[in-house]
Ligand binder design. Structure first.
Ligand code: HEC
Length: 176
């Protein structure tokens, strides 16, 4: 082995080291990804819960429900209620309490009306959903209510009468 060959071997070793080391650095350059300080995709949670998502029954969508309703039709449907209820402003209690402004009002809130114990203890605000549940089957929704009314089977009838009642109010509930 002469000096020339030793030089070649050393050169080869240095070359190999450089190549291996170089590839390593090179891939570092290629794949070095700076970690962002914040996650790139921040999924924004909606600031305000929508009416549908706040419904805990899961399936009740106020918007879709109300879309089925029609105030004029609701006025007609309300004829089923007039034997016991007045909805006009300044109306008197009959067999049932006066319903002017009932949407958004706390259940059992008419002070000169004598409610059943069940309704007096119900303690909920008449939201669209709450009213829908009560009008579907009063005695199932509030066990022990003295409202002797079978209920409105058709969703359209309920949505309509609720829209109509909501129009009979100083403070109608907002439409979602
Ligand atoms: C046969 C009589 C009768 C009919 C018909 C009737 N209701 Fe009632 N309603 C009552 C009585 C009685 C109560 C009080 C229930 C209680 O205290 O448990 C009542 C209570 C209510 C309440 C609760 C009011 C409050 O102040 O919390 C609502 C809302 C209501 N009725 C809506 C209706 C609607 C809408 C209809 C028609 C689709 C209707 N009712 C038909 C007798 C009736």
């Amino acid at each position: 082995m002469n000096g020339f060959e030793i030089n070649k071997i050393i050169a080869a070793i240095i070359f190999t080291v450089l190549v291996v080391f170089g590839i390593d650095k090179f891939t570092d350059l290629l794949f070095q990804v700076e970690k962002p300080k914040e996650a790139a995709y921040v999924v924004e949670a909606p600031a305000v819960k929508t009416a549908s998502s706040s419904s805990d029954s899961g399936s009740f969508n106020v918007k879709d429900f109300l879309a089925l309703g029609d105030i004029e039709h609701g006025k007609n449907v309300f004829k089923k209620c007039t034997a016991c209820h007045v909805v006009a402003k300044g109306g008197k209690n009959k067999i049932g309490p006066v319903l002017y402004g009932v949407l958004g009002r706390k259940s059992g809130a008419i002070s000169d009306y004598k409610y059943s114990k069940a309704l007096a203890a119900h303690g909920k605000v008449w939201s669209y959903e709450e009213m829908n549940g009560y009008l579907l089957k009063p005695t199932a929704h509030i066990k022990g209510t003295k409202m002797a009314f079978a209920g409105l089977k058709k969703e359209k009838d309920r949505a309509s009468v609720i829209l109509y009642m909501n129009s009979q109010s100083d403070n109608p509930l907002a439409k979602p």
